[in-house]
Design a protein around this ligand. Structure first.
Ligand SMILES: NC(=O)c1ccc[n+]([C@@H]2O[C@H](COP(=O)([O-])OP(=O)(O)OC[C@H]3O[C@@H](n4cnc5c(N)ncnc54)[C@H](O)[C@@H]3O)[C@@H](O)[C@H]2O)c1
Length: 370
């Protein structure tokens, strides 16, 4: 039984209702934290969580809390992860894990020196469609990868942006690419492997916000396969869709916008031989629970046995490296090759910082005094 403190009562509510409470023999939500007193009271009452605080530091001082689950706005994740690791806690953190590759590399270094580990959230990986696709690909049956398309067609209205931290570069740190399509893009990397190069275009057309809400990208994978992304927050009919073409099999995901990893996936073999090999690859397949329930079940197994976490900081890093590359490409109008090394301008952050305001040099210093 692992004792959890959930920090942030927005999506944190889903972690409780759809994750921890589905495993009452494995986790207990022991404490709840939110700076918003009203929200803290509502969620605390709903799930009968007696220990509630507005102070993150107080959570860190609770010796009987094993896991700190960070569900706060994105710009707070970095400091809170470092704080929780320093306090000796296990850490769960929502996407996006951090605001730059510099930050994620600092978290990786901090985790190496800490007693606890950090599990980023990528709950879309827990669905039987995508798990079966991954198993088939890992078995080698699929053969050469040809091409993938990834669509994230969601809808966000003015109401969504009433939450003050959203829609601003400083606090949301990115738009549809960083905050929404990040899940489907993570699935694509998980299935197709590492990316070699990206070219992206972004636009803000749906809501009057500082971050992008429409994006397209053209990618070359390290395998040589091609991929394309299309992402918008202006789709009246919301869908997520991944379509992956391999030599011996084509996969097409379900269209459920927020659980595209779930069955049914269309798995179309290229031949009767491929069909038989796919059946062999899936023999003994054990179904996983969907989304948070599945990720937290796998998390518990890893915590208990000390095995690798089901989602690691390297997975979060890959998603942020992709975001950095996409934003840098869109800003510069150039193709960006990966990996993004420490000397790359996008390593420290994806939005170019505003040039510092410098006073114009006066020919005569006396003049400036007057
Ligand atoms: N995995 C997913 O599908 C998914 C879905 C939604 C949001 N998210 C991510 O979860 C994070 C939170 O998003 P949200 O939609 O829940 O936002 P939200 O604004 O609805 O909720 C965040 C909560 O954190 C609280 N908070 C702010 N500062 C705090 C602090 N210092 N200490 C404690 N609590 C504090 C706020 O009062 C608020 O209640 C974001 O990173 C977002 O990208 C992930």
């Amino acid at each position: 039984m692992w004792k959890v403190a959930v920090v942030g009562c927005g999506v944190g509510r889903n972690h409780i209702a759809q994750g921890y409470l589905r495993h009452p023999d494995k986790f207990r939500v022991h404490a709840l934290c939110d700076v918003d007193e009203a929200r803290l009271a509502v969620i605390g009452e709903e799930f009968s969580i007696p220990r509630r605080t507005r102070s993150f530091d107080e959570i860190l001082r609770m010796d009987d809390v094993d896991i700190v689950d960070i569900c706060t706005p994105a710009a707070l994740h970095f400091e809170q992860i470092l704080g929780a690791l320093a306090a000796g806690k296990e850490v769960v953190c929502e996407k996006p894990l951090a605001g730059s590759l510099t930050e994620v590399d600092e978290v990786i270094a901090a985790e190496k020196a800490a007693a606890g580990r950090v599990m980023p959230i990528f709950q879309y990986r827990f669905g039987n469609g995508v798990q079966k696709a991954r198993r088939i690909i890992e078995s080698g049956v699929s053969g050469k990868s040809y091409l993938a398309t990834v669509e994230t067609a969601w809808k966000r209205t003015a109401e969504y942006y009433q939450t003050p931290w959203r829609g601003r570069r400083g606090t949301e740190q990115g738009g549809v690419l960083l905050m929404h399509a990040i899940h489907n893009h993570d699935l694509m990397i998980w299935l197709m492997g590492p990316i070699a190069s990206v070219f992206a275009r972004t636009a803000t057309r749906v809501n009057p916000v500082e971050v992008e809400d429409c994006a397209v990208a053209s990618l070359v994978m390290r395998s040589g396969a091609l991929a394309s992304f299309a992402a918008t927050l202006g789709s009246q009919h919301e869908i997520s869709r991944l379509r992956l073409c391999f030599e011996h099999v084509t996969f097409e995901s379900a269209l459920a916008p927020y659980s595209p990893g779930d069955d049914p996936w269309e798995i179309v073999p290229a031949s009767p031989e491929a069909e038989a090999q796919i059946a062999d690859a899936l023999a003994g397949y054990r179904a996983v629970p969907s989304r948070y329930e599945g990720q937290f079940a796998a998390y518990h197994a890893a915590l208990t046995t000390g095995a690798a976490l089901p989602i690691t900081l390297i997975d979060a890093r890959s998603s942020l490296e992709l975001a950095a590359a996409l934003y840098h490409s869109a800003a510069t109008g150039t193709a960006v090759t990966l990996p993004i090394a420490a000397a790359h301008p996008a390593y420290k952050g994806w939005f170019p910082s505003k040039p510092e305001f410098v006073l114009p040099q006066k020919a005569n210093p006396e003049e400036s005094v007057r």
